[in-house]
Design a protein around this ligand. Structure first.
Ligand SMILES: Cc1ncc(C[n+]2csc(CCOP(=O)(O)OP(=O)(O)O)c2C)c(N)n1
Ligand SMILES: [Mg+2]
Length: 345
């Protein structure tokens, strides 16, 4: 992997994804446990999804018509904690990130929906997240049929790993989603060919592309480190009447000595190797330091207008701003296009 070329091609994107990678390394090292490689490998996909497509308001995580994001590969929980911290989620503070996996922390080893408002559903048992996501997408279809598109019109996005797709429960859910043509369900497969024990072929040789196609899905195959390809695939998936599976060829623990190995699945804590990985990213800040956090003042962002609101009117009351200190200097993530105002379809 030529990280320098990737960085040079999309420097702004790269730095945002690198913030996820660096925070993941720092939090897992501080806890001396966890899973570093998956968040590092899927940081590009998550960055494009959250920056360009996901319809949500970080200050109103329970806003009813938000897009749902489900991290089925729950062991990679630092992916969602990093994203929420960087976006300015008021529950996921720097303190919480530093206390990753500690007793009483909201940043539990696996995402827990009863601990964090922005976590849609608890995940960790492989396969559970993707199966739950099919239920979320079915609920959306049913509500949309009942209340209409002006009120209910959101997508359900999932990141699932090799292990999720190996679990039997995933087939029942995939079959159901295909049967009901849940076009607003979009699954990213972290196609890194590595699991906890080694390469996937050790235990499974299923052709996942054909499997999803056979179950009635649209399947797209992309380089999971190419932000343009990720963006285009999501755009295409959103247009499909079928549920979509985006197979994202990725490198677990990208840029680290453990890249593409099962060692990369677990906790990467070696100080020298961490320093080398950060150097490869061009990341010069110290542990837990990042300029990338949006909303560093702790001020809540303006609420979105609802699909039914007249232009200029707010569907949600403007929340009060809060004072909170953050160690990061301002550098806002650009507002997501889809977050400005939902399209009227
Ligand atoms: C049902 C279930 N069985 C076993 C585990 C333990 N486990 C956690 S992650 C993992 C390997 C997952 O591999 P993959 O999804 O490819 O993740 P990656 O190594 O790419 O991060 C296993 C076996 C689990 N979480 N759930
Ligand atoms: Mg894997």
């Amino acid at each position: 992997m030529d990280l320098k070329a990737l960085r040079a091609a999309n420097p702004e994107h790269w730095d945002k994804a690198a913030a996820i990678r660096a925070l993941t390394l720092d939090a897992v090292a501080a806890a001396n446990s966890g899973h570093s490689g998956m968040p590092m490998g899927m940081a590009d996909v998550a960055t494009v999804l959250f920056e360009k497509h996901l319809k949500f308001d970080v200050s109103a995580p329970k806003w009813p018509d938000r897009d749902r994001f489900i991290l089925s590969a729950g062991h990679g929980s630092m992916l969602i904690y990093s994203l929420l911290f960087l976006l300015g989620d008021e529950q996921v503070t720097l303190e919480q990130v530093k206390n990753f996996r500690q007793q009483g922390a909201l940043t539990a080893g696996h995402p827990e929906n009863f601990l964090l408002d922005a976590v849609e559903t608890t995940t960790g048992p492989l396969g559970q997240g993707i199966a739950n996501a099919v239920g979320f997408a079915m609920a959306e279809e049913m509500q949309r049929a009942q209340y209409g598109r002006k009120v209910v019109d959101h997508h359900t996005y999932v990141i699932a790993g090799d292990g999720c797709l190996m679990e039997g429960i995933s087939q029942e859910a995939i079959g159901l989603a295909g049967r009901h043509q849940l076009g607003k369900l979009i699954v990213f497969w972290d196609n890194n060919n590595i699991t906890i024990d080694g390469s996937v072929e050790l235990s499974d040789r299923t052709n996942q592309i054909q499997r999803f196609k056979a179950s009635g899905w649209q399947v797209l195959e992309i380089d999971g480190h190419d932000p343009k390809a990720i963006d285009e695939a999501i755009t295409a998936a959103k247009k499909s009447k079928k549920p979509s599976m985006i197979a994202c060829k990725s490198h677990i623990a990208i840029g680290h000595a453990a890249q593409d190995t099962s060692k990369g699945h677990g906790a990467l804590t070696d100080a020298d190797q961490m320093a080398a990985a950060k150097a490869a990213y061009g990341w010069t800040a110290g542990p837990f330091e990042c300029r990338q956090r949006s909303n560093p003042s702790g001020k809540r962002s303006a609420p979105r207008a609802s699909p039914t609101a007249k232009p200029g009117k707010r569907a949600l009351p403007r929340p009060r701003s809060r004072n909170r200190t953050a160690s990061c200097a301002p550098m806002r993530w650009k507002p997501r296009k889809s977050c400005r105002r939902p399209s009227r379809r």
